[in-house]
Ligand binder design. Sequence first.
Ligand code: GLY
Ligand code: MN
Ligand code: MN
Length: 439
Amino acid sequence: MTTAEYKRRRRRLAAAMKPGSIALLAAAPESVRNRDVHYPYRQDSDFSYVTGFPEPEALAVLVPGRKKGELVIFCRPRDSERELWEGGRAGVKGARRNFSADEAHPIEKLDKVLPKLLEDRDRVYYPVGANPALDRRLMKWVNVVRGKARAGVRAPTEFVVLEKLLSEQRILKSKAELKVIRQAVRISAEAHRRIMRWCRPGLSEYQLEAEFVRICASQGGRFQAYPPIVGSGANACVLHYVDNHHRLEDGDLVLIDAGCELEGYASDITRTFPVNGRFSPPQRELYELVLAAQEAAIAKAVPGNRWNDIHKAAVRTLTEGLVELGILAGGRKAIPKLIKKEKYKPYFMHRTGHWLGMDVHDVGDYRVGGKWRRLEPGMVLTVEPGLYIPADRTEVPSRYHNIGIRIEDDVLITAEGNEVLSMRAPKTVAEIEACMSDE
Ligand code: GLY
Ligand code: MN
Ligand code: MN
């Protein structure tokens, strides 16, 4: 992202803050995996969105209207000894030069400098309750300012959740963000296509995972947006199955829910296909039904419609299909009642999608003013209905047992309707069988 993009974001955040406010954002802490080993560092999405600053142990302060400068960054100072082991740091100068801080201080100076920034500010926007260490320190700084009351200094009296302001901004993606999201989705869709082609009986779920991760990483998507789910046969009925250690058996379906993260933006795609390249009749019947539900749902993902219209379309198509296949009893006339009583839920127990952005389950309210939110151009979401029929669903004919299917695409709402960004991953029965049979 360019410096201009970050400046635009801060200007919009400042405009959304009430006059007389200050905002605090903290970098994500590093987390230990085990002795001397850390998880790969991932910056906090809000902190990254506002500053682009990639390091841990940092705090950003935005003080709209402050004469000496609006953006103050506290960060780790340069340290040649540490940098020899851990790699370069921006340092205080770098925070000013490369991240547009008007003022920067070593993080050790926080207790000394921060109370001064709070003086005469009425309201503090910060991630209230999300970071207990920050909560405690902020109260300490506020008490320092309160101690100056007799000198005529005012301390803040209101503490407001910051995330709400940022999520309203983050839910509408900018041109620059869409460029990165498109690329992340393109890489993941291509990886799905390639592992579909490569899959054959006798491989293991973890080998498909490894190949998916390798293809993404080799194109710059080094990190996955979430742990890949590769579930074959009955494992596909476990929604967040991540063991990925079973052999792929001839005659089973395999469900792969995986997407890389690129420059801090997630992709999230699911494809389900036959391990041996040909759908069996019962697999095909259920697959065609989930696909019809997904297409009906995508058709509702257009500006002006409400968030829940997407889910409602998927539920309606799935319920109709389950009646037709004899899985739900009652006939066509019973459909409205079956929907009302949520009789589809034992087989489709999750929602049809979520916002997508820096976080795979991205920020943004789904209801506004008590009503499902209206869709607007610039929103990005997933559409991912499914059907899951484990063997203990004895009320369902056994030919459908151990079949789990989810089809998930990443969709951009446009002025004209929508654009499915993950189109390159084969999806219809014909596309999948052609992709898998092609030598
Ligand atoms: N991969 C998580 C989800 O689909 O929501
Ligand atoms: Mn998803
Ligand atoms: Mn997913």
